[in-house]
Design a protein around this ligand. Structure first.
Ligand SMILES: Cc1cc2nc3c(=O)[nH]c(=O)nc-3n(C[C@H](O)[C@H](O)[C@H](O)COP(=O)(O)O)c2cc1C
Length: 186
Protein backbone atom coordinates (compact mmCIF):
# COMPACT_ATOMS: atom_id res chain seq x y z
CA UNK A 1 0.00 0.00 0.00
CA UNK A 2 1.28 3.51 -0.79
CA UNK A 3 1.88 6.07 1.93
CA UNK A 4 -0.98 8.52 2.36
CA UNK A 5 -0.52 11.97 3.87
CA UNK A 6 -3.63 13.61 5.33
CA UNK A 7 -3.72 17.23 4.19
CA UNK A 8 -6.04 20.14 3.55
CA UNK A 9 -6.44 20.40 -0.21
CA UNK A 10 -7.50 23.75 -1.63
CA UNK A 11 -8.80 24.19 -5.17
CA UNK A 12 -10.71 26.91 -6.99
CA UNK A 13 -13.32 27.00 -9.71
CA UNK A 14 -12.85 29.03 -12.89
CA UNK A 15 -14.24 32.12 -11.14
CA UNK A 16 -11.74 31.86 -8.31
CA UNK A 17 -14.16 30.53 -5.69
CA UNK A 18 -12.12 28.69 -3.06
CA UNK A 19 -12.93 25.15 -1.94
CA UNK A 20 -11.29 23.58 1.14
CA UNK A 21 -11.41 19.80 1.73
CA UNK A 22 -9.44 17.32 3.86
CA UNK A 23 -8.02 14.76 1.43
CA UNK A 24 -5.44 12.00 1.75
CA UNK A 25 -2.68 12.55 -0.81
CA UNK A 26 -1.29 9.30 -2.17
CA UNK A 27 2.51 9.18 -2.61
CA UNK A 28 3.75 8.00 -6.02
CA UNK A 29 7.46 8.48 -6.66
CA UNK A 30 8.04 12.22 -6.14
CA UNK A 31 4.45 13.06 -7.10
CA UNK A 32 1.18 13.14 -5.17
CA UNK A 33 -2.13 11.70 -6.33
CA UNK A 34 -5.37 13.49 -5.42
CA UNK A 35 -8.17 10.91 -5.65
CA UNK A 36 -11.58 12.29 -4.60
CA UNK A 37 -14.73 10.19 -4.74
CA UNK A 38 -17.40 11.56 -7.07
CA UNK A 39 -19.51 13.65 -6.76
CA UNK A 40 -16.82 16.08 -5.68
CA UNK A 41 -16.25 19.81 -5.91
CA UNK A 42 -12.51 19.07 -5.80
CA UNK A 43 -12.85 16.99 -8.99
CA UNK A 44 -14.90 19.68 -10.75
CA UNK A 45 -12.38 22.35 -9.72
CA UNK A 46 -9.29 20.37 -10.79
CA UNK A 47 -10.87 19.82 -14.21
CA UNK A 48 -11.42 23.58 -14.54
CA UNK A 49 -8.24 24.87 -12.85
CA UNK A 50 -5.52 22.17 -12.77
CA UNK A 51 -3.69 23.40 -9.66
CA UNK A 52 -4.07 22.80 -5.92
CA UNK A 53 -2.36 23.46 -2.65
CA UNK A 54 -1.84 20.90 0.09
CA UNK A 55 -1.61 22.57 3.48
CA UNK A 56 -0.04 20.61 6.30
CA UNK A 57 -1.59 21.64 9.59
CA UNK A 58 -1.81 20.22 13.09
CA UNK A 59 -4.86 22.38 13.85
CA UNK A 60 -7.27 19.47 13.73
CA UNK A 61 -10.22 21.88 13.88
CA UNK A 62 -9.75 22.38 10.13
CA UNK A 63 -10.25 18.65 9.46
CA UNK A 64 -13.16 18.34 11.90
CA UNK A 65 -14.60 21.69 10.80
CA UNK A 66 -14.77 20.78 7.11
CA UNK A 67 -16.67 17.59 8.03
CA UNK A 68 -19.13 19.47 10.25
CA UNK A 69 -20.07 22.41 8.03
CA UNK A 70 -17.25 24.79 9.01
CA UNK A 71 -15.33 25.19 5.76
CA UNK A 72 -14.53 28.87 5.97
CA UNK A 73 -10.86 28.84 7.10
CA UNK A 74 -8.53 31.79 6.39
CA UNK A 75 -6.38 31.45 3.27
CA UNK A 76 -3.54 33.47 1.75
CA UNK A 77 -2.19 33.66 -1.80
CA UNK A 78 0.38 31.11 -2.96
CA UNK A 79 3.72 31.91 -4.58
CA UNK A 80 3.50 29.98 -7.86
CA UNK A 81 0.03 28.56 -8.37
CA UNK A 82 -3.28 30.43 -8.80
CA UNK A 83 -4.82 28.74 -5.76
CA UNK A 84 -4.46 29.93 -2.15
CA UNK A 85 -3.16 27.92 0.79
CA UNK A 86 -4.31 27.71 4.39
CA UNK A 87 -3.12 30.78 6.30
CA UNK A 88 -2.35 28.67 9.38
CA UNK A 89 -0.38 25.94 7.57
CA UNK A 90 2.81 24.69 9.22
CA UNK A 91 4.01 23.95 5.69
CA UNK A 92 2.40 23.74 2.30
CA UNK A 93 2.97 22.25 -1.15
CA UNK A 94 1.91 23.98 -4.35
CA UNK A 95 0.75 21.36 -6.85
CA UNK A 96 0.23 21.30 -10.62
CA UNK A 97 -1.82 18.54 -12.25
CA UNK A 98 0.31 16.67 -14.78
CA UNK A 99 -2.12 13.90 -15.67
CA UNK A 100 -5.56 12.53 -14.93
CA UNK A 101 -6.89 8.97 -14.93
CA UNK A 102 -10.66 9.26 -15.21
CA UNK A 103 -12.98 6.91 -13.39
CA UNK A 104 -16.75 7.12 -12.80
CA UNK A 105 -16.23 6.64 -9.07
CA UNK A 106 -12.76 7.89 -8.15
CA UNK A 107 -10.63 9.75 -10.73
CA UNK A 108 -6.94 10.23 -9.94
CA UNK A 109 -5.12 13.50 -10.52
CA UNK A 110 -1.35 13.12 -10.63
CA UNK A 111 0.35 16.27 -9.33
CA UNK A 112 3.94 17.44 -9.30
CA UNK A 113 5.21 19.63 -6.49
CA UNK A 114 5.92 23.09 -7.86
CA UNK A 115 6.97 24.53 -4.52
CA UNK A 116 7.25 23.29 -0.95
CA UNK A 117 7.43 25.89 1.83
CA UNK A 118 7.81 25.59 5.58
CA UNK A 119 6.24 28.24 7.82
CA UNK A 120 6.29 27.03 11.43
CA UNK A 121 8.54 24.38 13.04
CA UNK A 122 6.99 20.97 13.68
CA UNK A 123 5.73 20.99 17.28
CA UNK A 124 5.83 17.26 18.06
CA UNK A 125 3.20 14.51 18.19
CA UNK A 126 0.02 14.78 20.26
CA UNK A 127 -2.27 11.80 20.83
CA UNK A 128 -5.43 13.91 20.94
CA UNK A 129 -4.64 15.39 17.51
CA UNK A 130 -4.23 11.87 16.11
CA UNK A 131 -7.46 10.80 17.86
CA UNK A 132 -9.41 13.72 16.39
CA UNK A 133 -8.06 12.90 12.92
CA UNK A 134 -9.21 9.27 13.30
CA UNK A 135 -12.60 10.42 14.60
CA UNK A 136 -12.93 12.74 11.61
CA UNK A 137 -12.46 9.78 9.29
CA UNK A 138 -15.13 7.86 11.23
CA UNK A 139 -17.50 10.82 10.95
CA UNK A 140 -16.90 10.96 7.18
CA UNK A 141 -18.14 7.31 7.10
CA UNK A 142 -21.18 7.59 9.38
CA UNK A 143 -23.48 6.35 6.63
CA UNK A 144 -21.19 3.44 5.70
CA UNK A 145 -20.09 1.89 9.00
CA UNK A 146 -22.19 0.07 11.61
CA UNK A 147 -23.16 2.18 14.64
CA UNK A 148 -21.63 -0.34 17.06
CA UNK A 149 -18.20 -0.06 15.41
CA UNK A 150 -18.31 3.75 15.35
CA UNK A 151 -19.24 3.93 19.04
CA UNK A 152 -16.56 1.39 20.06
CA UNK A 153 -13.81 3.23 18.15
CA UNK A 154 -14.89 6.67 19.39
CA UNK A 155 -14.93 5.34 22.93
CA UNK A 156 -11.30 4.24 22.54
CA UNK A 157 -10.25 7.56 20.98
CA UNK A 158 -12.01 9.55 23.72
CA UNK A 159 -9.42 8.54 26.32
CA UNK A 160 -6.55 10.11 24.30
CA UNK A 161 -8.61 13.30 24.03
CA UNK A 162 -9.40 13.32 27.76
CA UNK A 163 -5.74 12.80 28.69
CA UNK A 164 -3.82 14.91 26.15
CA UNK A 165 -6.04 17.48 24.38
CA UNK A 166 -5.53 21.24 24.31
CA UNK A 167 -8.34 23.72 23.55
CA UNK A 168 -8.23 23.18 19.75
CA UNK A 169 -8.57 19.42 20.08
CA UNK A 170 -11.44 19.72 22.62
CA UNK A 171 -13.28 22.10 20.31
CA UNK A 172 -12.82 19.82 17.29
CA UNK A 173 -13.90 16.79 19.34
CA UNK A 174 -17.05 18.63 20.48
CA UNK A 175 -18.03 19.41 16.85
CA UNK A 176 -17.54 15.78 15.85
CA UNK A 177 -19.52 14.39 18.80
CA UNK A 178 -22.41 16.79 18.04
CA UNK A 179 -22.49 15.44 14.49
CA UNK A 180 -22.41 11.82 15.67
CA UNK A 181 -25.25 12.49 18.15
CA UNK A 182 -27.41 14.21 15.57
CA UNK A 183 -26.74 11.42 13.04
CA UNK A 184 -27.83 8.70 15.48
CA UNK A 185 -30.69 10.83 16.75
CA UNK A 186 -29.58 11.33 20.34
C1 LIG B 1 -8.41 12.92 6.91
C2 LIG B 1 -9.40 12.85 5.78
C3 LIG B 1 -9.00 12.36 4.55
C4 LIG B 1 -9.90 12.28 3.48
N1 LIG B 1 -9.48 11.81 2.26
C5 LIG B 1 -10.35 11.75 1.23
C6 LIG B 1 -9.94 11.28 -0.06
O1 LIG B 1 -8.78 10.91 -0.27
N2 LIG B 1 -10.87 11.26 -1.06
C7 LIG B 1 -12.17 11.70 -0.85
O2 LIG B 1 -12.98 11.68 -1.77
N3 LIG B 1 -12.57 12.14 0.35
C8 LIG B 1 -11.70 12.19 1.39
N4 LIG B 1 -12.13 12.64 2.61
C9 LIG B 1 -13.52 13.13 2.76
C10 LIG B 1 -13.61 14.50 2.11
O3 LIG B 1 -12.92 15.49 2.88
C11 LIG B 1 -15.04 14.98 1.95
O4 LIG B 1 -15.85 13.99 1.39
C12 LIG B 1 -15.03 16.21 1.07
O5 LIG B 1 -16.25 16.86 1.16
C13 LIG B 1 -14.61 15.86 -0.36
O6 LIG B 1 -15.59 16.19 -1.29
P1 LIG B 1 -15.49 17.55 -2.12
O7 LIG B 1 -14.36 17.46 -3.07
O8 LIG B 1 -16.82 17.69 -2.77
O9 LIG B 1 -15.27 18.61 -1.06
C14 LIG B 1 -11.24 12.71 3.68
C15 LIG B 1 -11.64 13.20 4.93
C16 LIG B 1 -10.73 13.26 5.98
C17 LIG B 1 -11.19 13.80 7.30
Amino acid sequence: MPMIRETIVITTDSEGRVHIAPIGLIAEDDDWIIAPFRPSTTVDNLMAVPFATASHTDDVRVFAGCLTGRRDWPTVVSEEVPVPRLAGALAHAELAVTGMTDDPQRPRFRCCVVRLTSHVPFQGFNRAKAAVLEATILVSRLKMLPRERIERELNYLQSAVDKTAGPQEFEAWTWLMEKVRSHFGG
